[in-house]
Each structure stands twice: as structure tokens, then as C-alpha cells.
Design a binder for this molecule. Structure first.
Ligand SMILES: Nc1ncnc2c1ncn2[C@@H]1O[C@H](COP(=O)(O)OP(=O)(O)OP(=O)(O)O)[C@@H](O)[C@H]1O
Ligand SMILES: Cc1ncc(COP(=O)(O)O)c(N)n1
Length: 277
């Protein structure tokens, strides 16, 4: 017996062989949030809890073709980016998204997670990629979701407290996105973990506890993909951002050790009890 069609969301992202971040985190988050996941793979990384050891990028025309193929045939209600690997891939993604009706002022909302480096500090694109991100993707974004390192790269602002987060959100919005969500994970001196959403008029705080765990690999992807799932399900931006924060807070609380260094955040907390045969 066939079921009703679930909402669908597209991730345009790289593969993490460790399964903590990248498209693996996005697909896991989508399914646990009731959304069918579509994928345009941008790169394959050789990655574990120690870092990114090697990678190969997918040809830009194949990245664009994946976006067009799923948009044409299957339809989607939201899209997000993760690792985009190079300026050439960013140009191709921008063009493909325009064709597919994905973007700031288009039918399908576009969540741009400006992933610049892995949490181990390994760059996931270069200087040309940063300019392309700033010039081509931020003006197309319904929301951009930087961490504090990405805020510094994009605006030059060194965020040291919550007031500076608001200042950074204003500077980022001047680069063109409709909404800005500044993530607070790196503000380690703050006893809470309060992300900030800005729509050009109003700042909305997304409060949450700061959990004392070293295992936060994939937290950024989990936040942005839960927000994307919320949008795909028809939520307004502030509601989707709160949903994303709630999802990632639980994911960090239930994170687990695996490998020699930083373990993954969890999506297991959201799965139903094991089904009986
Ligand atoms: N220790 C923590 N406790 C609770 N929430 C956290 C913690 N660390 C990060 N978060 C939340 O996780 C999300 C990601 O935040 P962060 O600023 O670390 O982004 P990121 O650097 O892109 O993530 P990562 O590199 O870990 O994948 C945010 O919503 C943030 O509030
Ligand atoms: C393929 C891929 N995409 C994104 C990240 C960023 O995630 P994190 O900041 O948790 O390392 C990553 N490490 N690998």
C-alpha cells in the first residue's frame, strides 16, 4: 500500500567517510525529521575523528546535473548547502539553483551553511571559493548559518560575546541573505549556547544549555539540516530555526565517543523504539 508523499529536501554537500558530518549528517537528520532526503554530492572526503586526510571533488557539471535531475523529476520543498569544495562548484550550484527555482526570492527556500573548514581546521575550500560564496551564494540565500570562524572569514568581525554576535548578524545581512543565523558553539566562555536569528528588523534568540562534551562533530550540519527540514515541512523561518536549535541541542546532549578524537552528535535520540518483527 503506498503512503502519502513526504516533503523532500535537497542537500548539496560533501561525503564524510566517518559518517559524522557532511551529507551523511544531513540525510540522517532529514529522515529523523520526517523529510525525504535528496543529494547532490560535491566531494568525497577521506575523514575520521582525527581529521580530513584526503579528498576528491566531483566535476562541477555533475554537481549541477544532480540538482537539476532531482528538482525536475521529484520536486523539493527546501534545499541546503554544506561543503562546496571550489569556486567552480559554487558557480555551477548558483546557476543550477536559479534554474530549479531554489533561492532567496524563489519558491524553494535556500539554506546556505557556509562550511569553510572542518572542525579540525582543514580547509574545505580556498580563497576563490570564499569570494564566490560571498558574491554568488549569500545574495541567493534565504538564510545563512555561519559559525564564528565563518563569521570572521566573511565579515572580519571577531565575535567574543553575544552583543558582537548581533553586530556580525547585521554585517552578514548586508551581504544579501534574507535571514542570518549566527551559531554560538565556539563562544566557549558562555555558560549557555544561544544562537541568534536576524531578519533585518528583529533579533530572535535561540537559547539552550551548553553541554560539557567534546563530541560535537556534525553539530553545525545537524542544526542547518533540521532547520531545512522544518522549512520543507512548511514552518516559518523563526519556527524552523527554533526547531533546528531544539534538534541540535538534543543531538549534542546525546553525542557519543567514537574513534580517537571528536565523536559525532547523535540522531538516535529521535528514533522510535525498535520495531518488533
Ligand atoms: N557544547 C554544546 N552544547 C549545546 N549546543 C551546542 C554545543 N556546541 C554547539 N552547539 C550548538 O550546535 C550548533 C552548531 O554550533 P557551532 O557554532 O559549533 O557550529 P559549527 O562549528 O558549524 O559546528 P561543528 O563544526 O561542531 O559541526 C549550534 O546550534 C550550537 O548552538
Ligand atoms: C564533508 C564534510 N562536510 C562538512 C564538514 C564540516 O563539519 P564539522 O564542522 O563538524 O567538521 C566536514 N567535516 N566534512
Amino acid at each position: 500500500m503506498s503512503q502519502a508523499r513526504p516533503p523532500a529536501a535537497l542537500t548539496i554537500a560533501g561525503s564524510d567517510s566517518g559518517g559524522a558530518a557532511g551529507l551523511q549528517a544531513d540525510l540522517r537528520t532529514f529522515v529523523t525529521c520526517g523529510v525525504h532526503g535528496l543529494v547532490a554530492v560535491t566531494a568525497v572526503t577521506v575523514q575520521n575523528t582525527l581529521g580530513v586526510h584526503d579528498r576528491t571533488d566531483i566535476p562541477a557539471n555533475i554537481v549541477a546535473a544532480q540538482i537539476e535531475a532531482v528538482a525536475d523529476d521529484m520536486g523539493l520543498q527546501a534545499a541546503k548547502t554544506g561543503m562546496l569544495a571550489s569556486a567552480e562548484i559554487i558557480h555551477a550550484v548558483a546557476r543550477a539553483c536559479d534554474k530549479a527555482g531554489i533561492g532567496r526570492d524563489a519558491e524553494v527556500p535556500f539554506v546556505v551553511d557556509p562550511v569553510a573548514a572542518s572542525m579540525h581546521g582543514h580547509p574545505l575550500f580556498d580563497e576563490a571559493g570564499l569570494s564566490a560564496l560571498r558574491e554568488e551564494l549569500l545574495p541567493r540565500a534565504t538564510v545563512v548559518t555561519p559559525n564564528l570562524d565563518e563569521v570572521r572569514l566573511l565579515t572580519g568581525i571577531d565575535v567574543t560575546d553575544r552583543d558582537r554576535m548581533r553586530e556580525a548578524a547585521v554585517a552578514l545581512r548586508d551581504l544579501g541573505p534574507r535571514h542570518v543565523l549566527v551559531k554560538s558553539g565556539h563562544l566557549v566562555e558562555d555558560p549557555e549556547c544561544v544562537d541568534v536569528l536576524y531578519d533585518g528588523t528583529t533579533f530572535t534568540e535561540l537559547p539552550g544549555p551548553r553541554f560539557a562534551t567534546p563530541h560535537t562533530h556534525g553539530a553545525g550540519d545537524a542544526m542547518a539540516s533540521a532547520l531545512t527540514a522544518g522549512l520543507a515541512r512548511g514552518m516559518e523561518m523563526a519556527e524552523a530555526a527554533k526547531f533546528g536549535k531544539w534538534f541540535v541541542s538534543n543531538a549534542v546532549e546525546h553525542s557519543y565517543p567514537m574513534g580517537a578524537k571528536v565523536g559525532p552528535v547523535s540522531a538516535f535520540w529521535r528514533l522510535a523504539p525498535e520495531p518488533s518483527p
